[in-house]
Design a protein around this ligand. Structure first.
Ligand SMILES: *[C@@H]1O[C@H](CO)[C@@H](O)[C@H](O)[C@H]1NC(C)=O
Ligand SMILES: *[C@@H]1O[C@H](CO)[C@@H](O)[C@H](O)[C@H]1NC(C)=O
Ligand SMILES: *[C@@H]1O[C@H](CO)[C@@H](O)[C@H](O)[C@H]1NC(C)=O
Ligand SMILES: *[C@@H]1O[C@H](CO)[C@@H](O)[C@H](O)[C@H]1NC(C)=O
Ligand SMILES: *[C@@H]1O[C@H](CO)[C@@H](O)[C@H](O)[C@H]1NC(C)=O
Ligand SMILES: CC(=O)N[C@H]1CO[C@H](CO)[C@@H](O)[C@@H]1O
Length: 349
């Protein structure tokens, strides 16, 4: 909302076509105008009203506005400017009490998928991204759930369509580390009730790392895994899309590169996601979210030799999940434990 609660940060002017009702502002048309000189604070420059509809020119700093998106901009775009996170809602269903992965549907606008950490059955949940409500749950068949730690949505490996990739990749599997399986199912046609998703492909990978909590899928269907290590500088490995060619494929990851993030005080990273257009990566550790811009699909080398930009995050009790929205305009985070808030960080420029 356009209130003085907006913390001044980025200078711009905005034309709004707004409806003022009972003290709330709802903005219909919006157009950004870039300014050369920063305004000192939020200021309403001009407003003209007819009935309950108003057009106003505001000078303000867009930090956490709720109702306005970018329509045009003068060219010098900084992709790494995201708003302070917004608590969209808590996820009310108590079955979702250890959400360790999160991914946005590419088929069903406004739907997010999640799953519990180790201890649950082989199932995923579909959530409403606006109010966190559980819309449906799906059993994945045949599949086991030892320690599912991340999921991603991307192109299917062998056929057209949008698929969900689920990683049984965590280190909570007995004394031997992870079971090292990746399951692929097609996105459900319908989001409702209790359903089943049949396995489209499964890869068992061999890789000499113990624990993984980050699984990402790029636009070609290649799967990128990052191991979780003390200090956070895990290994980045890749399983090519072609490896998902039978229901019991196996693949050996024989080379990997070291993740380039500032050293953390924990065992990191905890989750990541590639944007739908493949050009951006977000990755979370215990206390930070990092962002990379990636060109030409060079994920491994970029994650190895480019320093990331830190982007906003909100401390969560046990946050492991991060996911781009289906249009790549922002990212969500969700924490483990019951009734956690779903946060959304929207790109501002
Ligand atoms: C883009 O924005 C980020 C975050 O605000 C900032 O750290 C970075 O320096 C900016 N880059 C450019 C080129 O202005
Ligand atoms: C998030 O918002 C919900 C209401 O939608 C509220 O119940 C909850 O307390 C909020 N949580 C935090 C941590 O702000
Ligand atoms: C499946 O892909 C793997 C890895 O690319 C390859 O070695 C294997 O020959 C393929 N199998 C089939 C049946 O295509
Ligand atoms: C993969 O590694 C296993 C041992 O971990 C080995 O038995 C197998 O031959 C390897 N497969 C390929 C294609 O290199
Ligand atoms: C890139 O990976 C290599 C090989 O693992 C490693 O030696 C190097 O330190 C990494 N570079 C960075 C900046 O992390
Ligand atoms: C309802 C349910 O099965 N929830 C599970 C979600 O995952 C956590 C984490 O391991 C389990 O403890 C819950 O039982």
């Amino acid at each position: 909302m356009l209130t003085s609660r907006n913390i001044p940060r980025h200078s711009m002017a905005i034309w709004l076509h707004c409806l003022y009702l009972f003290g709330f502002v709802s903005c219909l048309e919006r157009q950004w105008i870039c300014l050369k000189t920063p305004p000192s604070s939020f200021r309403e420059l001009h407003t003209s009203c007819s009935g309950s509809q108003c057009y106003s020119l505001h000078l303000f700093s867009c930090y956490n506005e709720d109702c306005c998106t970018l329509n045009s901009y003068d060219g010098t775009r900084n992709f790494t400017v995201f708003g302070r996170g917004r608590n969209l809602s808590i996820v009310p269903d108590i079955q979702i009490n250890e959400a360790s992965g999160l991914a946005a549907s590419r088929l069903h606008p406004g739907v997010l998928y999640t799953h519990n950490d180790s201890g649950d059955r082989a199932r995923i949940f579909a959530l409403d991204s606006e109010d966190g409500r559980m819309l449906a749950q799906y059993q994945v068949l045949p599949a086991d759930h030892h320690d599912w730690e991340d999921m991603a949505v991307g192109v299917c490996p062998s056929e057209a369509g949008s698929c969900i990739y689920i990683g049984d990749i965590g280190g909570n599997y007995g004394t031997t580390g992870s079971v090292k399986n990746i399951y692929v199912v097609k996105e459900p046609d319908v989001i409702s009730g209790d359903g089943t998703l049949n396995l489209l492909a499964k890869v068992h990978y061999n890789w000499n790392v113990y624990d993984i909590e980050t699984l990402m899928v790029d636009p070609s269907g290649d799967v990128i895994l990052i191991s979780k290590v003390q200090g956070g500088r895990g290994q980045v490995g890749i399983i090519p899309s072609e490896a998902f060619n039978t229901s019991h494929s196996s693949y050996n990851i024989t080379s990997s590169l070291t993740l380039n993030i500032p050293k953390t005080d924990n065992v990191d990273p905890l989750g990541g996601d590639i944007s739908p257009n493949g050009r951006e990566v977000v990755l979370r550790t215990h206390h930070k979210i990092y962002y990379w811009m990636v060109s030409n699909g060079e994920y491994l080398s970029t994650l190895n030799n480019t320093e990331p930009t830190e982007v906003p995050q909100i401390n969560e009790p046990q946050g492991e999940a991060v996911a781009w929205d289906a249009r790549g305009e922002g990212y969500y985070t969700l924490s483990e434990r019951e009734k956690q808030p779903l946060y959304y960080f929207r790109r501002l420029l």
